[in-house]
Design a protein around this ligand. Structure first.
Ligand code: ADP
Ligand code: MG
Length: 258
């Protein structure tokens, strides 16, 4: 299979701390890949290197065969590495659809030229994206009044406005209720299947990870310690050990029977 995004020996040290230690991973086309690990494992540091926010100490990031290591965030984004949630800027004074239209204009680079007609441009395209995330019925509501889960779905539509090849989602469901988490990941999973986007995500809730990820990679103290599908990860002795004390990789229901 072809890797869309790949890292080779990715490493980042902060002084004496090696936050990410020789990580090589491959995100395949159309894959929903989870990167999990306890707090401080190096997940966010990894994401920050993938999106250009942080320069690696060593190693490379490769997008569709092209080395993009050390490129600026804006350039990485332009190349098709989208990201959601943690740094999406939304405009609360605008409506849902206006936010998506802004993203489409920015994607097509005509933001300055057509600013006065912002509400007219890309309305159909924006509506189609909102349809995709089941937000079309809220298109004309102001963002300020949206429920948290709805805001997250709008942010997903905004990320998709840039037609990304890859979506990086660092804890997309942070702050959401369990039901909303499941719904957002289900939606993401449908989009991956429908649009052929490849997604790398982190997530605390193991039920969500096991239910939706095609493949799971486990980081501990900066290093990859395991990878596989849900049942392989559940049954991996190293993974079990890492999660002891800090919770369990089993879901609550299963843990009761373990
Ligand atoms: P995770 O996202 O898996 O919780 P992080 O990538 O945020 O983990 O952190 C990995 C390690 O790197 C931690 O020990 C953290 O304290 C350290 N770290 C992260 N960012 C910085 C930074 N900017 N300066 C110093 N240490 C950092
Ligand atoms: Mg983190």
């Amino acid at each position: 299979m072809t890797a869309v995004l790949e890292t080779m020996g990715l490493t980042r040290a902060f002084g004496a701390i090696v936050a990410v230690d020789d990580v090589s991973l491959r995100l395949q086309k159309g894959e929903l890949l989870a990167l999990i690990g306890p707090n401080g494992a190096g997940k966010s540091t990894c994401f920050n290197m993938l999106m250009g926010q942080l320069k690696p100490t060593m190693g490379n990031v490769i997008l569709e065969g092209e080395t993009i290591t050390g490129m600026k965030p804006r350039d990485v984004w332009r190349k098709g590495v989208g990201r959601t949630f943690q740094i999406t800027a939304t405009y609360s004074s605008m409506t849902v659809i206006e936010n998506v239209q802004m993203a489409l204009m920015s994607h097509h680079r005509d933001i300055m030229r057509v600013m006065p007609y912002a509400h007219k441009r890309y309305r159909d395209e924006a509506l189609a994206l909102l349809e995709l995330v089941s937000m079309a019925d809220q298109a004309d509501r102001h963002c300020a009044v949206l429920a948290y889960g709805d805001l997250k779905r709008m942010e997903l539509a905004i990320a998709l406005a840039h037609s990304p090849k890859v979506l990086l989602m660092d804890e997309p469901t942070a702050g959401m209720a369990p039901k909303e988490r499941v719904a957002l990941m289900k939606l993401t999973s449908d989009i991956v299947a429908g649009q052929g986007v490849s997604v790398l995500f982190t997530e605390h809730d193991m039920d969500v990870v096991f239910a939706h990820a095609h493949r799971i990679m486990v980081l501990n103290r900066g290093a990859l310690i395991a990878q596989g599908n849900a049942s392989e990860i559940r049954n991996n002795a190293k993974v079990q050990e890492v999660y002891l004390g800090g919770g369990t990789v089993l879901s609550d229901g299963e843990a009761a029977h373990a």
